[in-house]
Ligand binder design. Sequence first.
Ligand code: PMV
Length: 322
Amino acid sequence: MSLARAYTNIAFVKYWGKRDVVQMLPYNSSLSLTLDQFYTETSVEFTDQETDQFVFEGQDQPVSAKISRVLNDVRQIAGSNQHALVKSSNHVPTAAGLASSASAFAALAVAASDAAGLTLSRKALSILARHGSGSASRSIYGGFVLWHAGVDDQSSFAEPIDVNEQVNFPIAVIAILVNQHQKSILSGAGMQASVTTSPYYQDWVKTAEADIQTMSAAIAAQDIEQIGTIAERNALRMHATTLSADPPFTYFAPETLRIWELVRKIRTKGLSCYLTLDAGPNPKLICQLQDVSKIIDFLNAEIPNLTYTLCQPGPGAQLMAQ
Ligand code: PMV
């Protein structure tokens, strides 16, 4: 039995759309920060049982096509025909609103390959995780991570920006929970709707590729203001492809727009604070670590009982001792 832990990541330049749905190849490269507050732990054991089995938070669940895909890949590489018992649990601090398939499939890739006796390179693990969920390719690594869009299966993988997977400047991400109940369109369906129906989709791809260049330079310069400026603009452009889809849809909740308005107010006070948002209504604020308490005080004065989790850069996926 092999046990692995992987942390979730938040994209500062988003992945939003597949050029090849079968191979899971994205239209554009994306860039993320792995966070330290939310992780998935997954154990995998290959046995003589008749089918694959998936137990989530202690409950038997159907084995999804995405899980099967990763397990089949592992069996193929290992030349094995054994079935797997997969047990997984999520570790979320008080309602972080950070649930993500990124940590889940990165942990599955690491645990399943080890359980099959494979010693895969991290590049191979990133490709394997990508087959489960695109953003999972980035959670193999810690710190800032770049997922190269690539042109085929073997050239579409993630790499850490810093070889030591460290971030040596005080960046923080405040994950705010505004709404846990809203049902959102799953990211896979949402991005396909943008790809196939938004007239702005190709402009999104162009600007996202340009953002990779400017974001990489801003990270190298440790310029949090520039990082945040690019990330906020990139997130809103991604969301513009949902508003411009046919039929239009959005992940914004009223509270999301309220937080965005407050973020712009916070900036007028001279603080660096920027919003990013994925396929759900819960905003994440990018800021300097030393400004967190001032930002929280400001938000709390406007929104009583604000629920949030303070995140800092987190580590890559790893095998755990059992
Ligand atoms: O990996 P998926 O299929 O859950 O898609 C992730 C999409 C976003 O979270 C919205 C953006 C990203 O790059 O993580």
